[in-house]
Design a protein around this ligand. Sequence first.
Ligand code: SF4
Length: 381
Amino acid sequence: MKYLAEFSDPELAKRLVDQIHATVTRPWAMMEVCGGQTHTIVRHGIDQLLPDGVEMIHGPGCPVCVTPLEIIDKALEIASQPGVIFCSFGDMLRVPGSGRDLFRIKSEGGDVRVVYSPLDALNLARENPDKQVVFFGIGFETTAPPNAMTVYQAKKLGIENFSLLVSHVRVPPAIEAIMQSPNCRVQAFLAAGHVCSVMGVEEYPELTEKYKVPIVVTGFEPLDILAGILRTVIQLENGEHTLENAYRRAVRDEGNPAAKAMLADVFESTDRAWRGIGMIPQSGWRLSERYREYDAEYRFQVRDIKTLESTVCRSGEVLQGHIKPHECEAFGTLCTPRNPLGATMVSSEGACAAYYLYRRLQTPAASSATSAENKEVSSVG
Ligand code: SF4
């Protein structure tokens, strides 16, 4: 297949759905790690096409959603300071911190700007030598390489008024934490293809072996997801647990060596807190000692932040797959995309936003009744 539309072909989708139905004999629960995959599943009703008892659990792979409250509050404090230009991707501006967000800082006179690349922020630093320019570097292994490269460039060009507020997280330690949870129901994973396009697949065989869990590297189009689910249920039914790469058009086993080398030069592993989940050992990156002067936390000395998490929001349970978004009492009433209580409703990759956007507003009971009525492959594509 050459064109994107072909990855939504209803006939091919029907064939894959039929193969999944022909394969499955028992209930299974599998997690799609990435929020982009969650949106494809919910948007196309893929979960409603699966055999009864086959459950898709939505994972924590939304970078905006898992950025910890403490880092958001640090961003708010830095962005409030005079002489600072605070740069971020648009999603982060509405993420609630302890009582306010970056939009509020902007409305109160803070110089908060939306950029489309960390290099835009570096250019701003070049053009404004009398200001401190800070870029909010969040995300998984996909967004970390350009942020690393920007810091590398800043050092190489001697641009000293640029710094990075870092909140980068890594997928494999999160999979490990999910498997170690006493409430874990996940029996298999669809791994995020874009993460693997950077990092390759070498971190996964150890996990499949240790937790006896199949991991299938999967893309983001409807047929990618269905093919990933098919390969996963074949393994589960056969009692196998191996790593499979079902996204070979984008993922080489070794990943992207240039991006990995840049990451290794600029970052080092660290423990990281995930919003709603908690601390996961060695699940993140921070700037290495060589680049410490470009670390905004270090430059602005933002410590002793007291955080205040919403008592209503259950996004931690959503991110760990313990509840579906519409099982949160605030879903669609107190919490909507216009008035979000949690990052999972703010982010374009958040599970709560996906359920709201694609009208999954029913209670779980009503939802499964509707799901039975909706088992038409025509919803794919
Ligand atoms: S619906 Fe809103 S309040 Fe509930 S878990 Fe999602 S983001 Fe939090």
